[in-house]
Design a protein around this ligand. Structure first.
Ligand code: ADP
Ligand code: ZN
Length: 433
């Protein structure tokens, strides 16, 4: 079952024809922006000479810094009168950037979002509760417009206020939710504290989780807590927000909508393309955006193209879950570490609860990685020798994975702070000591 069968099942050559047409239009539009006008002159790019989507390699990359340097209007291609909305990125890695949208842009995004939800099995009969921040963050209105386009009964619940979230679910019989994965742990703790069973006492049938990196281990835990499937949702403000890539019901990678984006995976050092199947940095070009087209955007997100066809029949490429951002990586004792490597080790251990925090500190002139790990209450309060054994197991697991010996500090489940927005997994306190 498809939302737009004719587009979702286009053969590769037909998709390329569509992409080439749309790229030509996009380049014509892009040159209207002060930023791209200058870049095209500087790199002597003649947009009219680019006839095929494969020739995109002749264009320069656009970086997050370019977008930051051109806030507010440097990438706008259109009279402000045509613009109906703006969104900003969350600012996880620096100053937020801005993207403007025309009515066409919002309609196109809403359609992609509806297509994504449909692919994950959401239907107009669902009661859909959107548990994330509304406002400048794209997860709120992005899902909202997608749900409305699809025809769900949407509940724009917003972020936080866990008691109210549960009441809304009970009162209106919510069947589908969207939330940031780290928040779902708190939601579940609250449900348990109320003496309820999330698997039996709610009508939930499916959930969409994304907006921050998380491991397969985390997904498995979330699915077990709620007794339903959780589909991965990927997006970024620069490319609209959610609705860029989404898991279908096969849960075997995220379809990235190639009628709306050209997708490349490059080696972040050499900037050359990597073969399908190999991990690299995702680079994307918008194909259906009027106000702010963006060319060859270096997302800094690391993933790979999953080779082969998906059983669902959709032909659009699939990307693997994001293993991290290039700027999430930290170096400690000469080793490169990604927070998701630490998460994968921790969450494979059943006695470890769902939350953790990595702190980098200077102790006796040495850089140390301290990991605060929540452990289940019965273990935390139980036998000390048993707890010590668990600590050693965690220490070993982390050292084998990242080659750095961590300092493990055990805390009781539920005691580390949880943010309403994206989880902060690393605090680098080294410069402060
Ligand atoms: P910011 O880049 O400031 O966090 P955004 O709200 O635009 O602002 O967030 C987009 C970023 O969020 C992506 O580039 C990616 O790093 C992360 N992200 C979004 N969805 C996912 C997901 N499903 N898995 C992993 N990371 C994700
Ligand atoms: Zn599929």
């Amino acid at each position: 079952m498809f939302w737009e069968r004719n587009i979702e099942t286009l053969e590769k050559d037909q998709l390329q024809v569509l992409q080439s047409e749309r790229l030509a239009r996009t380049l014509n539009q892009a040159v209207q922006a002060p930023f791209y006008k200058k870049i095209f002159e500087e790199y002597q790019v003649d947009p009219k000479k680019i006839k095929r989507s494969s020739e995109i390699k002749n264009l320069p990359f656009t970086t997050k810094q370019d977008l930051r340097d051109n806030v507010p209007y440097g990438l706008l291609t259109i009279d402000q009168k045509e613009v109906i909305r703006l969104h900003c990125s969350s600012g996880t890695t620096g100053n937020p950037i801005v993207v403007f949208h025309t009515r066409h842009d919002i309609d196109s995004w809403s359609n992609l979002m509806a297509r994504s939800l449909f692919a994950a099995g959401v239907r107009d009969t669902d009661v859909f509760q959107n548990i994330c921040g509304y406002g400048l963050f794209t997860g709120g209105l992005g899902f909202q417009y997608g749900c409305e386009t699809l025809g769900c009964l949407s509940i724009p619940a917003g972020a936080g206020n866990t008691a109210r979230q549960i009441k809304l679910m009970q009162d209106y019989g919510t069947t589908a939710i969207h939330a940031i994965p780290s928040y779902l742990n708190r939601l579940h703790e609250f449900i348990v504290a109320k003496g309820m069973d999330a698997r039996k006492d709610l009508k939930l049938k499916k959930m969409m989780i994304g907006a921050e990196p998380y491991t397969e281990e985390q997904r498995v835990r979330i699915q077990e807590m709620f007794g339903i499937k959780a589909y991965n949702s990927y997006g970024l403000t620069e490319m609209n927000g959610p609705g860029v890539a989404f898991e279908c019901e096969c849960q075997s990678g995220l379809h990235i909508w190639e009628d709306a984006y050209i997708v490349e995976i490059i080696d972040p050092k050499t900037l050359e393309p990597v073969p399908d199947g190999e991990i690299g940095e995702l680079v994307m070009t918008t194909l259906d955006r009027h106000a702010v087209p963006i060319l060859r955007f270096r997302t800094r997100d690391l993933t790979r193209i999953i080779p082969g066809k998906c059983d669902c029949g959709r032909t659009h490429k699939r990307i693997d879950r994001i293993t991290g951002r290039t700027d999430d990586m930290f170096i400690v004792k000469g080793c490169n570490v990604f927070p998701m490597q630490v998460e994968a080790v921790l969450l494979q251990i059943p006695e470890v609860a769902n939350n953790y925090m990595i702190k980098l500190e200077t102790i006796n002139d040495n850089s140390e990685m301290i990991i605060e790990v929540e452990v289940l209450s019965n273990w935390f309060r139980g036998d000390i020798a048993r707890l010590d054994g668990l600590k050693k197991q965690i220490e070993h697991g982390i050292r084998n994975e990242v080659l750095v010996k961590p300092i493990i500090r055990m805390v009781e489940a539920g005691s580390l702070p949880v943010s309403e927005g994206k989880a902060v997994r690393v605090q680098d306190l080294r410069n402060l000591n």
